[in-house]
Write a protein that binds this ligand. Structure first.
Ligand code: HEM
Length: 592
């Protein structure tokens, strides 16, 4: 026996009952620790093992299968963590592992069937509302995103305005169809579409020549220059942030076209409140209240409240206007308010909606958040391709005309801009193709539907491939992240590259036009964007006007175009940083 052998230190237990209690007490921390560690690990491993839902044949005759669900690790959370962390990565990888671009994810308590195959999406979009419903999703978004959450601090006087949406749900349900029909009638059909476009184009023709003031002091600059951090370089050159500038330019012309010119004059900060509100959309949808200790959440709530109050005052003015009551002179005559806004106002008033229930905030938000950013991406991509600006200027020359200024003595006014929006949309295929390519690359729109019944959707037969059908289950959701398809190398060669001619097609007579193909930047089905025609015309007109009027170069030491990475907000992404540029007025033949 070794000399140095020592028996283990004895926790010499006293004999009997006390001894037993003593040993349990000593063993307990270790056992508890083991249990604490082993139980969750076992649970997580078991969840991972059992959670995969294999795709099984449902009906062999119809080649119908159930949807494959990826395995996940955490019970109750499902794929929630990886979805929040990087949804595009999770969904792109799963799409590549799935047979036909369809798979299921578990997000908390709900199951989402994620569909990116264009044939399957077409099928979902063509289903009846009673089977694949959008209305409950819309109500949910409206409830969470556009209602203000009351705090006990608010006065009773204010409270009556903030009763949206629970009390108003029945009123909305009763008028849902009529409101939807208004969107189609007044945003997509003539003469209303043409009237709103005319107001927008008049704004573009007036504002584009004033886009840069070449003033040294911020006090003398236009508001959009100040927001875009304009820096005076010389009387012919300014350095400025392109995204901030273009975003405001679009809002400066589209908001007056919808709400009349006095609305923006009364609420000069409202565009920026809408941007701040849009940034807060994920917090609203997650139900985070104003007092959440995260500054961005509070900022978003405050911005949304300010937008609410602006619209409440506006609706009071509209009430007075239609009732023939005296109107505060700052509102002007309100004669230039769009037919859509007036028709919605009438319906709200006739059905007894209180001011707080009138959901105009959703339309104002839809008008501003996507188109305003798209003009920035479009312009940025076009400027970054060598030689493209010259080609586009040649194409748009008959429809975006800069006229020689009138001179009196030695003083000339600024050259005038004339835009023919119809010509740009119909006779400028290269411009339109670059617009579609900008939409393909910079928008991340999702369409979500609730399944009210089991439904079978089919890929449709394609050349060399038989149709495959999938059964989606009642109570689950079907989610279509259109960006996953729009960046899929199977459908778009070099999907990460901006290719100006990607959407051009030539017919048998050699006529060149554009074809959108399978991209869906505006979603689809019953909730298909109702502003898509208006958006296309206003975006093409603003981009053409700016290209015709201004020279733009990258600023900074390296002075090369670097397209920023994207951050998902609404349909069109936000750049992670702005783009600093130098802007000069173009030289024309009369300048020589
Ligand atoms: C480039 C600009 C735009 C993009 C990319 C865009 C995209 C979208 C998307 C993805 C949807 C949801 C579709 C779905 O659920 O499947 C939508 C809905 C909508 N958009 Fe746009 N949009 C743009 C501009 C506009 C403009 C300028 C307006 C004018 C007010 C507008 C009005 C609407 C409306 C009213 C809806 C809701 C339609 C409904 O639920 O019936 N959009 N948009």
């Amino acid at each position: 026996m070794d000399d140095f052998y020592q028996p283990p230190p004895s926790h010499a237990s006293p004999p009997g009952l006390i001894g037993q209690i003593w040993s349990i007490a000593l063993g307990a921390p270790l056992a508890a620790a083991c249990l604490l560690l082993v139980t969750p690990v076992t649970l997580v491993l078991a969840t991972r093992w059992l959670s995969e839902r294999k795709s099984r044949v449902v009906d062999a005759g119809k080649n119908e299968r159930s949807v494959w669900m990826l395995p996940y690790w955490f019970p109750g959370v499902g794929h929630g963590f990886s979805f929040i962390w990087d949804p595009a990565k999770l969904m792109t990888e799963a799409r590549d592992m799935s047979a036909h671009g369809i798979f299921a994810l578990r997000l908390g308590p709900s199951t989402h069937n994620i569909v990116s195959n264009p044939g399957l999406i077409r099928n979902v979009m063509s289903q009846r509302e009673s089977t694949v419903a959008f209305q409950p999703i819309a109500f949910n978004v409206v409830e969470k995103a556009y209602s203000t959450i009351e705090t006990p601090m608010q006065s009773a006087n204010k409270r009556q305005f903030f009763d949206f949406p629970k009390s108003s749900k029945p009123k909305y349900a009763a008028t849902w169809e009529e409101f939807n029909s208004f969107l189609v009638k007044y945003l997509m059909r003539e003469p209303y579409l043409g009237i709103m476009l005319k107001a927008t184009i008049t704004g573009i023709e007036a504002k584009v020549p004033q886009m840069i003031s070449f003033m040294e002091s911020p006090i003398d600059q236009e508001s959009w220059e100040r927001w875009a951090d304009a820096e005076y370089i010389s009387s012919t050159e300014t350095e400025i942030n392109l995204m901030a500038l273009m975003r405001d330019m679009m809002g400066q012309v589209s908001v007056p076209a919808m709400y009349g010119r006095n609305f923006l004059e009364q609420n000069p900060e409202i565009l920026h409140d809408l941007y701040a509100m849009d940034l807060g959309m994920p917090y609203f949808l997650a139900g985070l209240p104003r007092w959440t200790p995260i500054p961005a959440v509070t900022r978003a709530h405050m911005a949304r409240s300010r937008v609410w109050w602006s619209l409440i005052e506006y609706h009071k003015a509209l009430d007075a206007y239609v009732d023939g009551q005296p109107l505060d002179s700052s509102w002007g005559d309100l004669e230039d308010v769009s037919a859509l806004t007036m028709a919605r106002h009438k319906l709200f008033k006739d059905h007894g909606f209180t001011y707080g229930e009138r959901g105009d905030i959703s339309i104002l938000w839809a008008l501003v958040v996507n188109a305003n950013l798209l003009v920035y991406w479009h312009l940025h991509h076009v400027l970054a391709v060598p030689g493209l600006v010259a080609r586009l200027r040649a194409e748009i020359a008959p429809y975006a005309v800069v006229e020689k200024p009138v001179s009196i003595g030695g003083i000339s006014e600024a050259p005038r801009l004339q835009i023919a929006q119809d010509g740009l949309a119909k006779h400028c295929p290269l411009l339109k193709s670059t617009y579609l390519e900008a939409l393909r690359m910079s928008s991340q729109p999702w369409s979500v539907r609730e399944l009210k019944e089991d439904v079978s959707i089919s890929t449709g037969a394609t050349a060399g491939e038989a149709a495959a059908a999938y059964v989606l289950r009642k109570g689950e959701y079907v989610t279509m992240p259109h960006d996953i398809h729009m960046r899929d190398a199977k459908y778009f060669q070099n999907p990460e590259r901006f290719e100006p001619e990607r959407f051009l097609v030539t017919d048998e007579n050699g006529k060149v036009t554009t074809d959108m193909g399978t991209i869906r930047p505006f979603g689809g089905g019953p909730s298909h964007c109702k502003g898509r025609i208006f958006a296309e015309r206003e975006c093409l007109s603003l981009v053409a006007g700016v290209l015709a009027y201004w020279d733009i170069e990258p600023a900074g030491k390296k002075a090369t175009w670097q397209i920023p990475k994207q951050k998902k907000t609404s349909a069109v992404s936000l750049p992670v940083h702005d783009t600093r540029v130098r802007i000069r007025r173009r030289k024309f033949e009369w300048d020589a």
